[in-house]
Design a protein around this ligand. Structure first.
Ligand code: NDP
Length: 283
């Protein structure tokens, strides 16, 4: 039986509708939420992502600012821009679009952002709070993936969740969020031996690898929920890390690419920004 699609497009539109109500309430009081993205260089994928973020801000009535810096910008110049936005009360959410050019220090940029303006939820303090189960902005992609699971009422507690990928922006926070939901969590990576032995045990399988079609049907348990975070461009088209056509015949639930987790990532960025603005205006 073919899997049920977890439709990120429809769900993100629903999230936006709920956020719009909150933004309108702020706007009525003359309080305009603001999101700033710093984009260094001209990476085509980053340009596309930044464009999607600007469009989402416009749909919601969030003030969107993009600071475009040349690829040869120095660390000092980037630091300076971050500090300026930190000090700007009209901006409540700030993110530096990754990947940065190789000569720039991504984690330095990340930690220079004020934790309360950390729209991406990747600041050391916020990831630390997330680890401890405290309230903090949460990394948008894992937050969006978890939102998809919960919205579809997919049981997490006591289930075996296997996360393939251990990056600090997707795999690790994803594993931590699933742990917080009382899943039993296994994290796999490029040095994992006999990967299929783990993925075949997964009730919930999250693929965050960056390799098109890497998770094949023989690696998936019948009836599993498969969350495909991968965003790979092949022959000009986006595809995930999961062999969608084959795996959908085996899984109970599956996210498509495009139209899955990527949509939710942007929605969760908006959610983090609105939350930050509400907190800032509440004083
Ligand atoms: P990274 O390259 O930072 O991490 C990839 C992870 O996959 C690493 O932990 C790596 O292991 C692991 N890996 C690589 N090869 C294998 C293998 N053969 N077997 C098992 N594990 C392997 O990528 P990101 O986490 O940043 O992104 C992952 C994917 O998600 C990409 O396609 C990216 O474009 C996409 N993405 C999508 C987003 C969305 O909104 N949908 C947002 C962010 C990312 P090791 O640590 O050992 O190297």
């Amino acid at each position: 039986m073919a899997a049920q699609l977890l439709d990120g497009k429809a769900l993100s539109q629903q999230v936006e509708m709920e956020l719009k109500v909150r933004v309108d309430a702020l706007l009525k009081q003359g309080q305009v939420p603001g999101l700033c993205v710093i984009l260094v260089g001209e990476d085509p994928a980053s340009q596309l992502y930044v464009g999607n973020k600007e469009k989402a801000c416009n749909r919601l009535g969030i003030n969107s600012r993009t600071i475009r810096m040349p690829a040869d910008s120095t660390q000092e110049q980037l630091d300076e821009e971050i500090k300026k936005v930190n000090a700007d009360p009209s901006i409540h959410g700030l993110l530096v679009q990754f990947p940065l050019p190789a000569h720039l220090n991504a984690s330095r940029a990340q930690t220079l952002i004020l934790p309360e303006k950390d729209a991406d939820g990747l600041h050391d303090i916020n990831t630390g709070k997330m680890m401890r189960g405290e309230t903090a902005p949460i990394a948008c992609t894992p937050k969006g993936a978890l939102y998809m699971l919960k919205s579809a009422n997919i049981p997490i507690e006591g289930k075996h969740a296997v996360v393939v990928g251990r990056s600090s922006i997707v795999g690790r926070p994803m594993a931590m969020l699933l742990l917080r939901e009382n899943a039993t969590v296994t994290i796999c990576h490029s040095r994992t031996r006999n990967l299929g032995d783990y993925t075949r045990q997964a009730d919930i399988l999250v693929a965050a690898i960056g390799k098109p079609g890497f998770i094949t049907a023989d690696m998936v348990k019948e009836g599993a929920t498969v969350i495909d975070v991968g965003m790979n461009r092949v022959d000009g088209k986006f595809c995930g890390d999961v062999d969608f056509d084959a795996v959908k015949e085996k899984a109970a639930y599956i996210t498509p690419v495009p139209g899955g987790v990527g949509r939710m990532t942007v929605a969760m960025l908006m959610s983090n920004t609105v939350e930050a603005a509400e907190k800032a205006f509440a004083g």
